[in-house]
Design a protein around this ligand. Structure first.
Ligand code: 13P
Length: 249
């Protein structure tokens, strides 16, 4: 029912030379039974969109402004991302919540702008190690979901990514039971808020140190519909391994 999604977040990595990875990736997956998305830095978005045109890969942004246009030096609107060829945008990543003091209400406003523009919003939630150790994980995730996800969300325009902050770029991964507990919780929250039909159609991604070697185990967890991958999305060979694991899940 939910089409699986392998999403790569290149973060602040990659210049023009990195586009060759995209070419390799599209050649490695001439046909795909899952959705494949790469979110390069904004400077590469338009070229990346051109290079994957007509392939199984789509491209997305890593953030957008909440307004359509205006006096916001250095910012990029959802309409601009769409114009550059994006289908989706990552919002509320923990790195933006920290580096740019983004709060749930900011993420929600950005998600509204993205959805209004016709983009899918990939809204990130996740607890810190301190919060997990204090057994507050589900409270934190529930609060971030209520605060960050707009009312207009549907299975078509919303994707939620669970990214425990302590698992990002660290090589540490929660146990499969812990991932399952959070994903089941997120599914229930979505069903309660939006009704069963919409709640069941929203894709839920896991993110945080996903690699070809651990992907199959993670993808076997209930309510995990794919992954949001950082480091291992930068090299086509690594990301291909993750895509293959998702296709076999
Ligand atoms: P890593 O896969 O490098 O841990 O990053 C995960 C992430 O933050 C994706 O958005």
């Amino acid at each position: 029912m939910r089409r699986k999604l392998a999403a790569g977040n290149w973060k602040m990595n990659g210049t023009g030379a990195a586009l060759s990875e995209l070419e390799t990736l599209s050649q490695s997956h001439p046909q795909a039974s899952v959705d494949i998305l790469i979110c390069p830095p904004a400077t590469l978005l338009s070229r990346a969109a051109d290079s994957v045109a007509g392939t199984e890969i789509s491209v997305g942004g890593q953030d957008c402004h909440l307004e359509h246009s205006g006096a916001h030096t250095g910012d990029i609107s959802a309409d601009m991302l769409l114009d550059a060829g994006a289908t989706s945008v990552i919002l509320g990543h923990s790195e933006r919540r920290v580096d740019h003091s983004e709060h749930d209400e900011d993420v929600r406003a950005k998600a509204r702008a993205a959805m209004d523009a016709g983009l899918k919003a990939i809204i990130c939630v996740g607890e810190s190690l301190e919060q997990r150790e204090a057994a507050n994980t589900l409270d934190i995730i529930g609060g971030q979901m209520s605060g960050s996800i707009p009312d207009q969300s549907t299975g078509e325009n919303l994707i939620v990514a669970y990214e425990p902050i302590w698992a990002i770029g660290t090589g540490k991964v929660p146990t499969l039971e812990e991932i399952g507990e959070v994903h089941d919780f997120m599914r229930t929250r979505l069903e309660r808020r939006f009704g069963e039909g919409v709640g069941r159609s929203v894709r839920l991604l896991y993110g945080g140190s996903v690699k070809p070697s651990n992907a199959a185990d993670i993808f076997a967890v209930s309510n995990v519909d794919g992954a949001l991958v950082g480091g291992a999305s930068l090299k086509a060979a690594d990301f291909s391994g993750i895509i293959q694991a998702l296709e076999s899940a």
